[in-house]
Write a protein that binds this ligand. Structure first.
Ligand code: F3S
Length: 754
């Protein structure tokens, strides 16, 4: 069940009555986000108004998408749930496990050898359980979803934080952990705290060098990496309507970088055009029939301050291109200030690589606009100073771009065309040269955390639009401003690049020979799924032990993480991706990127049993072997970044019982809950400073664990003194049930048996 027009019909049939009921219950006009949410309530009863930012609500998403790195664990879990097929249309996309090195042909072949076992596993599980399978090389999950499955007003979840990309076609699409995907595929409700709503009013029209990417780069600068937490960002206004659907996708995609639950746009003609261009005129026709329900009410957009929790105004006429970074996507610098900013901060000015691609910016429009800059370099006798790499978003985009000569233009500039896959964006990049030198790269991706692209902590990665990547790569200079600066060509002349031009959609239509899709078996009951017992890559799961009903006592502090601790710090990607289906093996990367607050080092913590300093995973394993529970303490926005539940499963597997932090990123907090962990926050943030390296930790009232009631935790210091601190939590009754059962999956299994 991969694509189902009847499913979309059934979803749309519910819209009018549910939206009318919700409008009455809420007592005011509705935003698009509310319309979609109320139309997807699990129990169908839209007669109750939910409190934004407070109410936990059960939803019924329309579909599930999984990428190869996270699908392994999701499907290993789903196999445990005892269901014959996925309950909603679901797909698997092989895009993360493909190394970028020489170029598409060799890289794909090498990856099929290196990760064949995993691809075969995913293919056979998909075949067995009615899940659509997109082969390696078919494309990046979010581009493929936008091209094939996203539909206006739909609700989907995906095991990747950039699932939010589908907001470009007016969906509420949310990145989750594998455990959430298991719930939905198992036919269970999916729970979400009813989000707050941020409205972004776009006036004017993009022009010149400015691209949709610049909208979100600016928003990221305004809201920072935490500013969207717990909120849906809804874009509206004439500026929104003037952008292509894939451009809207770019903006929604990077909503993940501001922590937003998701982002979305109201249905408009750009979506109609995109649906028809991607062979879904039937969906466009259905959407047109109910289009007033697929956008916010007029009154909402006329007086947004009254209906959104926060409103941001952006005039696209005045928007400048932005370059964000290094090391964080919210450090936003307009191109006109970049030279000064880079010099002030001592950022390396020479740009070694320009990379175009990732789920954020790899559409036909992106390639066509960037190639118009590349063509100018050829026409104006300019040579690219930086190396150039391109990852097309899908085989359909690649095939069409090749047919239309776009890829040829890049190749004329010696660009390497990598596989239609994530590649450098997820650290799957075998970059030549030493990997500690200080250097700068620019890319059109979404994330630029330290080490993300190439594993080098000294690579200064900057995020910008594909057309700006092209311009900067041609100049080889981070401070180059194509709006004002000239370049010296091979004849010694001063030349200026003209603003990019491109096509929203291919004039001759999309084309493809083999899009890389494989439908599942009609009846998969006889399909055998093989996991070799001695596999290094895959391991069948054992259920986590249920809570023993007692207070956790005598726990040791495993690490007090200092500062930023993203899911990349907790469960690094790059080379570790190969163990995503093997919990014990991947646990050897547990928290190795987190900075120990006591010595400011990574992967060096005090083992309280020996007094020695050692790696985090080895220390945790020693505690576990000795029957000593452990806890992790962290700073603000702990677990920001991706949705990978490995960041929760690994500490759980290694005997960590609780993670106590100043604040959580939403997805990670939920993942901890799903895996039966305690995810807690300091009631008083200053208590973070009371935690000492040699502490022994006792929970005082876990036996009374209840919604809304803080837990009291005693920290016994080495000198015998104690601090008792209060820890808040957001567990509701059902989530406390997960904790008690050992994990949410344990509860699903019990349900399946009934
Ligand atoms: Fe892949 Fe990077 Fe997107 S890893 S899914 S291209 S954020």
């Amino acid at each position: 069940m991969a694509f189902d027009i009847d499913m979309i019909k059934a979803v749309y049939a519910k819209f009018p009555s549910r939206i009318a009921a919700a409008r009455k219950a809420v007592g005011k006009p509705l935003t698009l986000s509310e319309k979609i949410l109320y139309s997807h309530l699990w129990d169908g009863d839209a007669n109750t108004a939910f409190e934004r930012g407070k109410s936990y609500v059960d939803f019924a998403p329309d579909r599930v998408a999984m990428q190869d790195a996270t699908a392994q664990m999701a499907l290993l879990q789903f196999m445990q749930a005892g269901k014959p097929t996925a309950a909603v249309p679901s797909t698997v996309h092989c895009d993360h496990l493909i190394l970028a090195k020489e170029g598409a042909k060799d890289d794909l072949r090498n990856s099929l050898t290196a990760s064949g076992e995993v691809f075969n596993f995913l293919e056979s599980v998909s075949n067995k359980y009615g899940i659509g399978f997109w082969k390696p090389g078919a494309g990046i999950i979010h581009q493929v979803v936008l091209e094939n499955y996203a539909f206006p007003g739909g609700m989907m979840i995906g095991t990747d934080s950039h699932t939010v990309n589908a907001g470009g076609l007016g969906m509420v699409a949310i990145g989750v952990g594998g455990a959430d995907a298991v719930d939905v595929m198992a036919g269970m409700p999916w729970e979400l705290k009813f989000p707050k709503l941020i409205g972004v009013h776009l006036t004017g029209k993009l022009n010149g060098w400015t691209a949709p990417k610049d909208v979100i780069l600016k928003v990221a600068g305004i809201l920072t990496v935490k500013g969207g937490t717990g909120a849906i960002v809804e874009y509206f206004g004439p500026g929104a309507k003037s952008m292509s659907a894939t451009g809207k996708g770019t903006i929604c995609n990077m909503g993940a970088e501001i922590g937003a639950t998701t982002s979305t746009f109201g249905y408009d003609e750009s979506m109609d055009r995109y649906l028809r261009a991607t062979d879904r005129a039937d969906v466009a026709d259905l959407a047109n029939e109910i289009k007033e329900h697929l956008t916010g009410d007029d009154e909402v957009y006329a007086n947004p301050q009254q209906y959104f929790d926060q409103v941001i105004e952006i005039n696209l006429d005045e928007l400048e291109p932005y370059i964000n970074g290094p090391f964080t996507p919210d450090r936003a610098t307009p191109v006109s200030k970049m030279k000064e900013e880079a010099e002030k901060n001592g950022w390396p000015m020479d740009v070694e690589w320009g990379l175009i691609g990732s789920c954020t910016n790899s559409s036909y429009e992106d390639l066509s606009r960037a190639s118009s800059i590349a063509q100018q370099a050829i026409d104006k006798n300019l040579k690219t100073k930086s190396e150039f790499g391109i990852n097309p978003g899908s085989e359909q985009v690649r095939y069409t771009a090749e047919r239309d000569g776009l890829l040829g233009i890049f190749e004329d500039l010696n660009a390497t065309i990598f596989t239609n896959a994530c590649g450098p964006c997820i650290g799957q990049w075998e970059r030549s040269g030493n990997n500690t030198r200080v250097n700068t790269i620019v890319h059109s991706f979404n994330r630029n955390f330290s080490k993300r692209a190439d594993g080098n902590p000294n690579t200064h990665a900057f995020v910008t639009s594909p057309e700006m990547v092209a311009a900067i790569a041609i100049s080889g200079n981070l401070g180059f401003n194509p709006l004002t600066d000239t370049l010296t060509n091979e004849k010694g002349e001063q030349v200026k690049l003209d603003p990019p031009v491109g096509s929203e959609l291919p004039a001759k239509g999309f084309a493809v020979e083999d899009n890389g899709y494989q439908a599942p078996a009609e009846n998969g009951s006889s399909v055998e799924v093989i996991v070799k017992p001695d596999s290094k890559r895959l391991q069948l799961l054992e259920p986590f032990a249920p809570w023993d009903g007692k207070n956790i006592t005598g726990a040791k502090l495993l690490i007090k993480a200092f500062g930023k601790c993203t899911t990349d710090h907790i469960s690094m990607a790059g080379p570790w991706l190969r163990f995503r289906g093997h919990l014990d093996n991947i646990s050897d990367n547990c928290l190795i990127g987190a900075v120990n607050a006591y010595n400011q080092s990574t992967n060096s913590v005090k083992n309280q049993l020996t007094g020695e300093y050692g790696p985090v995973p080895a220390t945790a394993r020693q505690y576990k072997a000795a029957g000593v529970p452990s806890i992790v303490v962290g700073d603000h926005n702990y677990g920001e970044g991706s949705s990978r539940e490995h960041a929760a499963m690994e500490p759980r597997h290694l005997g960590v019982k609780a993670v106590l932090v100043k604040s959580f990123a939403r997805i990670h907090e939920t993942n901890l809950k799903k895996q039966g962990m305690l995810g807690l926050t300091f009631a008083n943030e200053a208590d973070y400073d009371k935690v000492q390296e040699d502490d022994t930790i006792n929970f005082l009232d876990l036996v009374d664990f209840a919604p809304g009631k803080p837990l009291m935790i005693e920290f016994v210091h080495a000198d015998g003194s104690k601090d008792v601190i209060a820890a808040n939590h957001t567990y509701n009754e059902a989530q406390i049930g997960w904790f008690k059962a050992g994990s949410a999956l344990n509860l699903i299994k019990e349900e399946s048996k009934k």
